[in-house]
Design a protein around this ligand. Structure first.
Ligand SMILES: *Cc1c(COP(=O)(O)O)cnc(C)c1O
Length: 372
């Protein structure tokens, strides 16, 4: 190789043919915001807890570890491509036809597939902001444009979201309960909203925290999607079911959307341990209900304690709460860490705190009381 042909490693370098010397990446990938994972506590003296990722503090439900361990004995084999046993179990559990289901690597994986099947360059994706931080990332990966509609009183402003729809809109996310504010969307207001959405625009109701909701007025996506071909419901095994580490979630939608999702899934993406653990989790219905009830009771206790200390906290129907601390956000997160808990700060805006072990919750409440 002669000197004149030497590879230039600079981003703008060219080789002798005049082509860029680095692989050409899609413009959409440049400047992709990084997903900020919840911080794990630093090892040290004293107890430490993670309240940063809305995880379930409980160990797997009865029978789940056994099912997962048994499945692990077959990891030299590919998983069931169609996740048939799981789809059948989900179908019975939620009373939906198998053809209306699609599973994926977490509901984030399914959300990515939803964008793949609906949106590309020139298309718009509408969602409330602040909401789930995966939405802008997934939208950008798809090459589509995010239209972020500000929350109003920490809630979705559905009128403003409907006003934001254009002929370019392809997908709308509605997150209820909303991550990170914990606020919900009621059925009546969502129905009014859906009546304003053109029938060729897909509305994705992200119900990752559905199990923790106790407000009877809150929309149940599984009731709505049946009469609306443009509604898709996202659910996950990561939160209430406590399987965050196995990456498994699912969508419920009418056949055209569900079939498109299955067609563009990463082959064998949902692994066989996850499939077996999810089936076993669905069979532990009573134990699940007990644990979710306990977390909801703990949420009630924590919110009362916060308010007793004069802390302002919006009503939450999820397994976390939101403190709009503005400029004090980073300081609060650092103080929590010092006290032995990690939380999820959104710089300059606020902090999301998961409902976890009572001892951990008490530590966070004590810090919040100091900041009130
Ligand atoms: C946690 C969460 C999910 C679920 O993510 P998985 O990929 O299933 O772990 C989906 N949507 C929202 C809003 C979430 O907070």
């Amino acid at each position: 190789m002669s000197d004149t042909n030497a590879t230039d490693t600079g981003a703008t370098g060219t080789n002798s043919t005049g082509a860029a010397s680095e692989p050409r990446l899609r413009a959409a990938v440049a400047g992709l915001p990084a997903y900020k994972a919840g911080k794990a506590p630093a090892p040290g003296q004293g107890p430490s807890y993670k309240l940063a990722s809305n995880e379930n503090p409980y160990p797997p439900l009865p029978g789940v570890l056994e099912a997962a361990t048994a499945a692990a004995g077959s990891i030299n084999r590919y998983p069931d491509f169609a996740s048939s046993a799981l789809l059948n179990e989900l179908s019975g559990y939620y009373d939906v036809p198998v053809e209306h289901l699609a599973v994926g690597t977490g509901s984030v994986g399914v959300a990515q597939q939803l964008l793949q099947v609906t949106a590309g360059p020139g298309d718009e994706v509408v969602y409330a902001w602040r909401s789930f931080e995966a939405y802008p990332i997934l939208t950008q990966i798809a090459g589509a444009t995010s239209i972020q509609v500000p929350l109003r009183d920490e809630k979705h402003d559905l009128d403003a979201m409907a006003d934001a729809i254009t002929e370019r809109t392809r997908l709308i996310f509605v997150c209820t309960p909303n991550n990170p504010t914990g606020t919900v969307v009621h059925r009546a207001e969502l129905e009014r909203f859906l009546d304003r959405v053109p029938s060729d625009v897909l509305v994705v109701i992200d119900e990752a925290y559905r199990e923790f909701n106790r407000d009877p007025e809150v929309v149940d996506g599984l009731e709505l999607y049946r009469d609306r071909a443009n509604v898709c419901v996202l659910r996950t095994f990561s939160k209430a079911y406590g399987l965050a580490g196995l990456r498994i979630g699912f969508a419920v939608a009418q056949p055209p959307v569900a079939a498109a999702l299955r067609a563009c899934a990463v082959p064998f993406g949902v692994n066989l341990v996850a499939q077996a653990a999810a089936v076993a989790s669905l069979r532990a219905r009573d134990a699940l209900a007990e644990r979710v009830d306990a977390l909801v009771a703990e949420r009630t206790r924590v919110l009362a304690a916060l308010r007793a200390h004069g802390v302002e906290v919006p009503h939450t129907e999820a397994n976390f709460y939101w403190l709009r601390l503005g400029d004090a956000t980073e300081k609060f997160a650092a103080a929590c860490e010092e006290a032995g808990v990690t939380v999820r700060p959104f710089a300059g805006e606020g902090v999301r705190v998961t409902i976890g072990e009572p001892e951990a919750n008490d530590l966070a409440v004590a810090v919040a009381a100091r900041f009130a």
